[in-house]
Design a protein around this ligand. Structure first.
Ligand SMILES: [Zn+2]
Length: 482
């Protein structure tokens, strides 16, 4: 498969795509554009951004086509061996998951605008970029000159790229892997400091899973001039779009960027490799329902911050600030009386990324984070400090992902029980599928750690009178000084 991408009209934000398909041996061909992207579990209907769609033979003869769904075209390929699909795509959304073109850059998430032949998703793609000679390319895919190479459609769809003359690149090594920073846009971030802090939390994340499953990893950081915060995970890269708000200090902005970066890096294992069976493989044409958002987003949100604390990148005060802000969003959401975190996960396809109707639902991020915290402390407590949620995540990676398997809710539950040595029946009944049980568990688990939560501020405090035993428990949880 060969794609050529050119910048057809940068001021109006259109790109032009020409897709050459050969080795056609059937009378009818179906070509499909994704209707959603992994990382955001709701339909987005990218086909609405396509115009001037046409199909030709090599000699320029037009090929007849019709749409059979909103994003699937049926082509008449009788006696045709090779053809070119040509269209324009409106690339005017500058966030971490969309596509944007202007006079300064070509930023594409291929899942938005590139297609596959139904039945031929496994074929390799080469993407030729028609860009100025002084443009650099930031992307997880191997590239040479202006060409990118993907093994199959899944890899292509998972590989956003930024091509621009103003990309700021730096790289460093962590445990035999090369980590790249690609900044696009003006910023005040101290790259030396960011490099040192990133190394620290990456080392702690690798400790949980045992290894880093990629030799190169790319952080793509588009920096916006307006307040913004959005990250999307990929197998060997992440796009993190950030813009500082006026109320934020440079320091707070920096730590927010670290928090989202640690979260996205954790996804490299949790969801890009350890994946619910419901999304294995991804079906790009429709909803991929899963109740497991409290694992793929909740556990990730929990560890994103915890890794910063564990690596001493964050001190206790900064960790508490973030914990409190998550807890506050839980406490202030009346949806917690109406809908469980598992039901809310299933429904992200409906309204998971908007405020939604007041009191209808909870967040897989916030309630999922609290559910992960509770599970972690329950394991530490009942295994008498021997195990933690780290062991569950390591087990999912080693024994599910590495064996080519997705995991189910029951697999996750059995692992929680394996490492804690107790039944998680009530935890699932109350925390995952129930409503209004969080406070009871939070009180018990923070109490076990020698902490307390003060309402209504949702502040987390460490008790003043720590015994040696209490200290041991608390340190087992944070592992901050190990
Ligand atoms: Zn996430």
């Amino acid at each position: 498969m060969h794609y050529k991408v050119s910048i057809s009209n940068p001021s109006q934000h259109f790109i032009k795509l020409s897709w050459t398909i050969d080795f056609i041996h059937q009378d009818i061909l179906h070509i499909q554009l994704p209707s959603w992207r992994p990382g955001r579990y709701e339909l987005q209907n990218y086909a609405k951004n396509i115009r001037a769609f046409c199909v030709f033979e090599e000699n320029g003869k037009e090929i007849q086509f019709k749409k059979i769904t909103k994003d699937c075209w049926e082509l008449d390929t009788k006696n045709v061996n090779k053809l070119i699909v040509s269209y324009e795509y409106y690339a005017n959304q500058y966030d971490a998951g969309a596509s944007f073109v202007d006079e300064n850059q070509l930023y594409i998430n291929p899942v938005n605008c590139m297609m596959y032949v139904v039945g031929r998703m496994d074929e390799a793609y080469e993407v030729e970029l028609d860009i100025p000679d002084n443009y650099q390319i930031a992307c997880q895919l191997p590239n040479s000159g202006k060409m990118l190479y993907a093994k199959n459609f899944d890899e292509l769809a998972d590989s956003p790229f930024i091509a621009s003359a103003t990309l700021q690149h730096s790289e460093f090594e962590v445990e035999q892997a090369t980590i790249h920073f690609w900044f696009q846009g003006k910023h005040q971030i101290n790259i030396e400091q960011l490099t040192s802090d990133t190394k620290k939390y990456i080392v702690k994340q690798i400790e949980i899973f045992g290894d880093l499953p990629c030799k190169e990893f790319h952080f793509l950081y588009p920096i916006l001039e307006t307040p913004f915060r959005h990250g999307v995970e990929h197998a060997n890269s992440t796009v993190i779009a950030m813009g500082k708000s006026q109320e934020q200090t440079d320091e707070d902005f920096y730590h927010d960027l670290l928090a989202i970066s640690s979260h996205e890096f954790f996804h490299l294992w949790n969801v890009k490799r350890i994946r619910p069976v419901d999304m294995f493989p991804y079906d790009f044409t429709k909803e991929n329902y899963s109740t497991l958002g409290y694992v793929y987003e909740g556990v990730t949100t929990y560890y994103g911050d915890l890794m910063l604390l564990r690596s001493n990148t964050w001190d206790w005060e900064r960790y508490c600030k973030s914990f409190e802000s998550d807890l506050k969003r839980h406490v202030e959401n009346p949806g917690r009386f109406n809908y469980s975190v598992a039901e809310s996960s299933f429904d992200t396809w409906l309204d998971g990324y908007v405020q939604g109707v007041l009191g209808r639902k909870v967040s897989i991020y916030m309630e999922g984070m609290l559910a992960a915290f509770i599970a972690d402390v329950m394991i530490i407590k009942h295994s008498k400090l021997k195990f933690s949620l780290d062991d569950v995540m390591n087990d999912l990676y080693q024994n599910y992902y590495k064996h080519g398997k997705g995991y189910t809710e029951n697999d996750y539950r059995l692992l929680l029980e394996k490492y804690s040595g107790i039944s998680f029946e009530n935890y699932f009944k109350e925390i995952i599928f129930g409503k209004n049980y969080f406070e009871k568990y939070l009180m018990e688990m923070t109490g076990y750690l020698g902490c307390r939560i003060v309402y209504p501020s949702s502040k987390l405090h460490k008790n003043e009178d720590f015994s040696i035993e209490q200290n041991e428990i608390f340190n087992r949880w944070t592992r901050q000084y190990n």
